[in-house]
Design a protein around this ligand. Structure first.
Ligand code: G3P
Length: 218
């Protein structure tokens, strides 16, 4: 299972990378804006800065919504760095663009996926990754994890190569449940990764081991 961090914050990307378990980074226009990264040149430079820190795939999202514009923008993003994966929204022109990129060997991440039908289309178009947003489904009383399970079933039926990238992961239990279901990748905040570390019995066990060592080595 790959771990991606879902942020444009360079400090958090560095921290996750330093932990040694990071396989990539996902960003989106909202996350870029949150970091105050505005203006085309600054945004492109920020993607390069992310690639300089992280060693894995870095999703860079197009903001165009028509086929021709998405192709132009996606090719520009892909040319920035070999780690870049072009993130394309699940719309009709987006599917056409994914097919174009796939035929050209440019890797893609189909984003804003909320149904099995959308995931099936993304795989048919040759997307490298499909991003079902589990947290946003949970937000509207719909089981996001169930969508991951259903897509897993469909992809396994036909041995699609498209990797299921569980997105909009909000917390540690999402990560664990995605692992149980068999999501290929999860992307979430740093807290969702660091939360995996914690257990009170680990803390109390370590404190006792260290205390006993101290007693025996006075
Ligand atoms: O990157 C897309 C997705 O992960 C967004 O997550 O928390 O804004 O629903 P969230």
């Amino acid at each position: 299972m790959k771990f991606f961090i879902d942020t444009a914050n360079l400090d958090q990307i560095r921290e996750a990378q330093d932990l040694g378990v990071l396989d990539g980074v996902t960003t989106n226009p909202s996350l870029m804006a949150k970091e105050g990264i505005t203006g085309r040149e600054n945004i492109l430079q920020h993607y390069k800065d992310i690639c300089a820190i992280a060693t894995g795939d870095v999703s860079a999202e197009v903001i165009s919504t028509t086929y021709d514009e998405m192709i132009k923008e996606g090719e520009e993003l892909a040319a920035l760095h070999e780690q870049i994966v072009v993130k394309v929204p699940m719309i009709k022109d987006g599917i056409k663009a994914i097919k174009y990129f796939s035929d050209k060997g440019i890797r893609t991440n189909c984003t804003l996926v909320f149904s099995c039908g959308q995931a099936l289309l993304a795989a048919k178009a040759g997307a490298t990754y499909v991003s079902p947003f589990i947290g946003r489904l949970d937000d509207i009383s719909t089981d996001g994890l169930n969508l991951i399970a259903e897509i897993r079933h469909i992809y396994d039926n036909y041995m699609f190569d498209t990797q299921i990238l569980a997105a909009s992961v909000r917390h540690t239990m999402h990560v664990i449940d995605c692992a149980k279901i068999g999501a290929d990748v999860m992307t979430g905040p740093l807290s969702s990764i660091e939360g995996l570390l914690r257990h009170p019995l680990t803390d109390s066990g370590l404190a006792k081991f260290l205390a006993d060592y101290e007693k025996g080595n006075k």
